[in-house]
Write a protein that binds this ligand. Sequence first.
Ligand code: C2E
Ligand code: CA
Ligand code: CA
Length: 692
Amino acid sequence: MNSQMPISGGPKGTTSEQQLRLLADNLPALIAYFTINGLMCQFANKAYVTAYGFTIDSIVGKSVPDVIGAEAYAVIQPYILRVMEGETVSYERPLILPDGSQRVIEVNLIPHIIGDAKPQSAFVLITDITKFRRAEEAIRESEDRMRKFADATNEGIVFFDSGIITDINEAGARLVRLPVEKIIGRQILDFVAPDSVETVANNIRAGFERPYEANMLRADGTLVTLEFAGKVIVRDGKTLRMTVARDISERKQAEARIQFLAHHDILTHLPNRAMLLDRLQIMLNVAKRQGTQVGVLFIDLDNFKTINDSLGHYAGDQLLKRLAQRLQACLRSVDLVGRLGGDEFLVIISGLECTEDVIPIAEKIAECISEPFALEGQTLGVSGSIGISMYPQDGENTDTLIRNADAAMYLAKERGRSNFQFFMPSLTKSAANSLSIESGIRKAIKNVEFVLHYQPEVVSQTGVINAVEALIRWKHPDLGLLGPDKFISFAEHRGLIMPIGRWVINEAIRQCKEWLDVGLRIPIAINISAVQFKQKDLVELIAANLKSYDLPGELLELELTESLFLEDVTAMTKTLSRLKDLGVTLAVDDFGTGYSSLAYLKRYPIDKIKIDRSFISDIPYNADDVAITTAIINLADSLGLQVVAEGVETQEQADFLERYHCDYIQGYLVSYPLPPDEIFAWMKQRKFVIAV
Ligand code: C2E
Ligand code: CA
Ligand code: CA
């Protein structure tokens, strides 16, 4: 061991020298001391000598190039010139060890300066910084990856601190249509539309408890609705807020559009039945308070069918549109005009002092209808029959008033059309034939004159059968096979739907089980009328039938109409979740025609929506229908619901629906509703899994 510490001016006592040597030898760094003039090594610690293959004694007196080799010397040489000038130098360099491993070292050259003289000798201190460099590299790589990932997603990712944007990805920048560098450093609130400032500020303050929506102002002044989901990140004691922003304008527009359509007739854009009923109710409430009267005018065109048949649907539609405009123009803005369907319109006049006040209005309407229409190069004369019922004398509620106005309209038709008639109480009694229908239905229930026909619903991409819908028919002893439109609504009004519905539930479940027993596992969908749904024992009834036939609940699907979902939320939630507990599938029938409050789609455990036939019939030609249908499909998709298109009649419609990812289709194109044996044969022929 070299006991001579050669450092002039260094510690003298042997103990200190030994201590220093001990310290130096135990450090992981490589330490050496050499003369500048002659580059002679005077001291080296254990780590140093081991690294260069010497011993502590044999290294003393060796020249630096001899110790470290020519290559390393070439690197160190220029630095030594600087050390001579008294400068402390440090540099990094890669090193390949004899075992082949790669390291990074940091070399420090420290001149030994005494007084004002130029340094005569210097220390060299070499540390292995491989670990630090690798850690840094890893961080850089991970940051790089994060950024690449962040830039690749379509969702905007924004970081901000005290309201200032500290980072944003490409997608985020695209949302506000500015380059990234023009956004970083700005206030987040600079980009928020005035109506959303409070929302955003509150949510930032609340630490993003839940996702929220806000309108943002883009650089070009346009608005975009974003959904934000945020997170508060605490890093190095600093609070950083991160938020993910998603453009939901399209979904919003689709929702608004469906909302509009739920309350308006597509063809004329007039309020539809649902909205008319709603508004009429409000007008009745006002009239009751004010002691005024309300006139309900039911209008039906006299010769619309002839026009439709002779000039075609397009001309018919044009006529209805023009008539809608005329009606609106000839009424005051406070009056309401809407379309009930087909060529039926409803006008509601409120604030009337007496019944006679409605007469000039009815006359004006009749006049505006009979004004000739120029259509398809022809001049057409049209006339309408108008039936009038008055609140409060002809009815206290919306249903009665409309029904009575309808009855009065028939009277107008009987009395030679093109006129208006007031409702008379005797009119209800004149519906004598309704009595015979009623007794006929009662008999039919007793004698079971009903049958179920089945219409398949198939996967639009593959044509594979997904389910069949049961549609009731009445085998009338005199009139032959009657469709549900001839008796269901009547039965509902007369309290006869329950026994019919009970029969349908039993029969469908029985049939499903019969098929299952021969190896055909196919879910059956049944239509549940609103009246039937509200009965207390519906769930029990279904449960009991499933049990007695030992049929799994997932083979039953219930089709419910939208109007139901407006009912008492608590009761509805309870019934629906009890039905879900049975395993049955819940579908919304005739979607888009009812009173859609879209909230119900999210609120209730619904599995499926069936787009009403009226939206499908004119695709892909009618732009409105195309827009609505695709909007409904997207909406269903975003809510995770299955979607079925009803009434698909042409290959073109089917192709369109397949292209837009509608899950299932149903309609005459695939099959008409068929009696049980025929549908069974059809399914077998389709090679639908029949395996026992
Ligand atoms: P829905 O539930 O919308 O049933 C579809 C109706 O559209 C059926 O009429 C079917 O025959 C018809 N349809 C199917 N594909 C096409 C097509 O491609 N083009 C056209 N133009 N029509 C098509 P259906 O059988 O006359 O039934 C009418 C309505 O009666 C049903 O409408 C449903 O609301 C009701 N209904 C049927 N069976 C029952 C039942 O057992 N109980 C209750 N409560 N209502 C029923
Ligand atoms: Ca249905
Ligand atoms: Ca339907």
